[in-house]
Design a protein around this ligand. Structure first.
Ligand SMILES: O=C(O)c1cc(=O)[nH]c(=O)n1[C@@H]1O[C@H](COP(=O)(O)O)[C@@H](O)[C@H]1O
Length: 308
């Protein structure tokens, strides 16, 4: 899958990911009214609204982008119907040729991680049959439990030719509370970055490893150091847009070949119609506003990379 991700990035010339984080508050009234008319103000109604919202955005943007990142929490909050909307979204995006990064941030003791990896990346066996329950291409993994919590994910990736993005330095304001703690004079995130590089060595695709890292756009200086520590790992960079990251902050997350990083924006794209800049589209044309926001994000990052 790392090869497909790199191929899609080269084809679109757009190192970006659209984050499909569909909170109900971002969904225009006309979409909600239609869904609630059919299913009532129920969990099924909410799930239908988020599915229709996602589908419209994917239909208007898939030709411009290499990948999407549905964040499972936004679906899980609507229970089983929400998870069904998650799965429908994963399948639809794959049909459209997009790489799907399931943002699930899992990680546990080995046997439990193995079950998460089976459910999200692998196949589960039921009697004589086997099923791929969620079937994302990549997932995000929390490495706090150490190697035996991460290895089951790596094993499934090797079998299924899939990939991981492992949390190294997260974008949120409190991320330094633990991640920046010094151990023998070095911050913990650097030690985790070294471990990601080591895990990645035995997991090489053609140019890059399928074991990648997450490093927030909000910490560009740390991104520069981590880029060097993990030269063969793709870096998923969230924090663009709504959290304040801009193209000019991101150049050092990329390698000299212009590859090596993929920048996520969720609210900045899916709720673009709510921003003054895109207000002219109106709520009716929310997906056109998302397309314009994708085009602007690509231009911003390309310009920053061109100027370095
Ligand atoms: O793993 C992630 O994607 C992630 C890691 C991180 O450090 N920071 C971060 O914001 N994210 C996710 O990236 C998305 C950011 O959303 P926006 O701030 O709306 O663009 C959310 O789905 C977060 O859960």
């Amino acid at each position: 899958m790392i090869n497909k991700l790199v191929e899609n990035i080269k084809k679109t010339n757009a190192p970006i990911v659209v984050g499909l984080d569909p909170m109900l508050g971002y969904i225009p009234d006309h979409v909600k009214e239609k869904a609630f008319g059919e299913f009532g103000e129920t969990l099924d109604g909410a799930a239908e609204a988020i599915w229709q919202f996602n589908k419209a955005i994917v239909d208007q943007t898939y030709d411009l982008i290499p990948a999407v990142k549905p964040q499972i929490a936004m679906y899980e909050q609507f229970g089983i119907p929400g998870l069904m909307a998650f799965k429908k979204t994963v399948d639809y995006c794959k049909e459209k040729g997009l790489v799907v990064i399931g943002d699930i941030k899992r990680g546990d003791i080995g046997s439990t991680s193995a079950a998460y990896a089976t459910g999200h990346l692998g196949k589960v066996t039921v009697g004589s049959k086997s099923y791929a329950p969620f079937d994302e291409d990549f997932v995000t993994v929390n490495p706090y439990l150490g190697s035996d919590g991460v290895n089951p994910f790596i094993d499934v990736c090797k079998e299924e030719k899939k990939g991981l993005f492992i949390l190294v330095k997260t974008s949120n304001p409190s991320s330094g509370e633990f991640q920046d703690q010094l151990i023998d004079g070095r911050p913990l995130y650097e030690l985790v970055g070294e471990k990601v590089a080591e895990w990645g060595e035995s997991c090489m695709g053609d140019e890059y490893s399928y074991i990648g890292a997450v490093v927030g756009a909000t910490y560009p200086e740390m991104g520069k150091v981590l880029r060097k520590i993990m030269p063969k790992s793709y870096i998923l960079v969230p924090g663009y847009g709504a959290q304040g990251g801009q193209g000019k902050d991101l150049v050092h997350f990329f390698n000299e070949d212009g590859l090596g990083a993929i920048v996520n924006s969720s609210r900045g794209i899916i709720a673009a119609y709510k921003q003054e800049k895109y207000a002219k589209f109106g709520a009716e044309n929310f997906a056109d506003a998302s397309r314009a926001a994708v085009e602007d994000m690509i231009a911003d990052i390309s310009q920053a990379l061109g100027n370095r």
